[in-house]
Design a protein around this ligand. Structure first.
Ligand SMILES: Nc1nc2c(ncn2[C@@H]2O[C@H](COP(=O)(O)OP(=O)(O)OP(=O)(O)O)[C@@H](O)[C@H]2O)c(=O)[nH]1
Length: 296
């Protein structure tokens, strides 16, 4: 999710709204068919009927490809398919001229509710991401950061996963602003976050913690793995040659990184404090480097 642009997110939310609307229309149509006992549409009783409706086509389409790994998106797919199977069961009774039992209706009704809930969960998740996005860099803002890292910490407390935190801060960034102007500084921030996002997995998160200071939360990652990723990030930032205002001189920056992992013995706030200490050690030791938390 971290890698979505705001435009992509807005498109998905609009598509979901459209899908919710057309499913409500479909539901009304199914109710009419059942109440009046009229012959059902072929598509609704065909095998794999969940692929034929408007939502099903959107779900399977390549446009939706970049959210395929999202758990809420996957749950919605299951709920949608199950609901279509229940609908088919009811519609088949009309074709066979048999009675619809209350148990069959109740099962369809429950599946409809589950699907609506899955729709809302996915929409809520995307809307929350869009709302908590820094408009300049499109990293997540600090709002919601603590709650999200606490969720990861709860899994660490139950020994269900490792989770790494990486903090980085651009080096001598004030000089970039002072020499080239604030707009050039903005461009460096945007470019840097884009580079970092390209190295993240769908469930990693990047938060803008301060002006030119960022925190990355990487679930299911050990300290050693996070160190390797942070080294890649450091190199990706240092390799940038950013052109500003058609100037012949290219902007170059470096960043200092701290790395830690969430542990059962620390609160989230303490872990952030320790990763901050590691990052300042990287600054103190000469900048443009990755330093691990030595207090683990
Ligand atoms: N262009 C731009 N600059 C920002 C933004 N947010 C913070 N800054 C600037 O970032 C600079 C941070 O400067 P310092 O905290 O002195 O740190 P530094 O110059 O990076 O030095 P070290 O961190 O010690 O390597 C300040 O000049 C801020 O004005 C922003 O959104 N855009």
């Amino acid at each position: 999710m971290a890698s979505f642009t705001n435009q992509q997110l807005q498109l998905i939310i609009a598509q979901l709204d459209q899908a919710i609307f057309s499913h409500d229309q479909w539901y009304k149509h199914i109710l009419r068919t059942l109440i009046l006992r009229i012959p059902p549409e072929k598509a609704d009783i065909a095998p794999e009927s969940h692929r034929h409706c408007h939502f099903g086509q959107w779900y399977e389409s390549s446009q939706a490809f970049f959210i395929r790994e999202n758990p809420a998106f996957i749950s919605l797919g299951y709920a949608h398919k199950k609901m279509h199977i229940s609908a088919q069961n009811l519609l088949q009774k009309i074709c066979d001229g048999s009675l619809i039992l209350s148990i069959d209706w109740d099962s369809f009704d429950k599946d409809i509710d589950k699907m609506r809930l899955a729709f809302q969960n996915l929409r809520h998740e995307f809307a929350a991401i869009e709302k908590n996005r820094d408009p300049l860099t499109e990293a997540q803002t600090r709002d919601g950061m603590l709650a999200e890292i606490r969720d990861q910490n709860a899994l660490v407390q139950r020994e269900q996963q490792n989770c790494a935190l990486v903090m980085f801060d651009l080096d001598h960034f004030k000089q970039v602003n002072d020499t080239y102007g604030h707009l050039a500084g903005d461009l460096v921030l945007v470019s840097t976050v884009q580079r970092i996002k390209a190295l993240l997995r769908p469930y990693d998160r990047i938060y803008r913690y301060g002006g030119e200071e960022f925190i990355i939360c990487m679930p299911r990652t050990t300290l050693a793995q996070a160190h390797i990723v942070a080294e890649r990030m450091r190199e990706a930032i240092a390799e940038q040659n950013i052109q500003f205002n058609n100037s012949r001189e290219l902007l170059r920056v470096t960043a200092s990184f701290g790395v830690t992992i969430l542990t059962q013995l620390r609160s989230v706030e303490e872990s952030i404090d320790y990763v901050d200490k590691a990052m300042y050690e990287a600054k103190r030791a000469g900048r443009n480097r990755v330093v691990d938390d030595v207090n683990l």
